[in-house]
Ligand binder design. Sequence first.
Ligand code: F6P
Length: 251
Amino acid sequence: DYIKELLGLTNLEDLLKARLNIEKVVVIPGDSDENPLVKDEIGKGVATALLKLLKDGDVIAVTGGSTVAAIADQLPKTTKDVTVVPSRGALGEQVEIQANTIAAALANKLGGRYKLLHAPDNLSQNALSSIIADPKIASVLEAIKGSNILIHGIGEAGVLAQRRSTDPEILDKLEKSNAVAEAFGYYFDAKGNIVHQVESIGLKLTDLQHISKVIAVAGGKSKAKAIEAVAINHRQHILVTDEGAAMEILN
Ligand code: F6P
């Protein structure tokens, strides 16, 4: 904390808290756009915050993405009586950074249990309805809906849409609606309005109000607009970010 004080990061954290209306903000030195090691430090920052707040019986829902994946990498091995679940389906991510993969890795580090959601992406409404009727999937969905901690990534709309090989007509829709941000399958404009959502099962945005700790993790100057848009849309209790994003948001 002394080092943070020296680097002026404590001040940045206070300014961001006020600007984004978030209870706790952690700013990691550096910019993950420029230095990939900063993403690991963000992961470490979340791991530390998480270990402080975890209680027996907690159910942690996680999204996919490389930043959330860094948390499991950075966590020391412990023994906690917790369950980890993916917040939603795979959302078109590569398996290494899918929510299921991260949930299992996090549960292993925490010494807890995991429940995984095996549902393909981009299914029709009809197919989704029959999938959620399956008893095994229904029980996982129930655990997800009962989660009391959510850890989610935030991305730039264009970057995420490309990464997910999104259909051209959706890309067009995103561009026309000035989408700037993406979080757990929802795309937002700069004012935090939802402009598109990927069909999937699991947590919906409206479920977030029942989750007692929503932790957002995203860094890099390039994500500044996205972080702001998502913070307008829904309440986060903790944001772990980096100096690059923080400076850009405050500018
Ligand atoms: O697809 C999962 C997800 O968490 C998105 O909701 C988010 O926009 C993205 O990953 C963040 O990914 P990264 O941390 O790799 O930038």
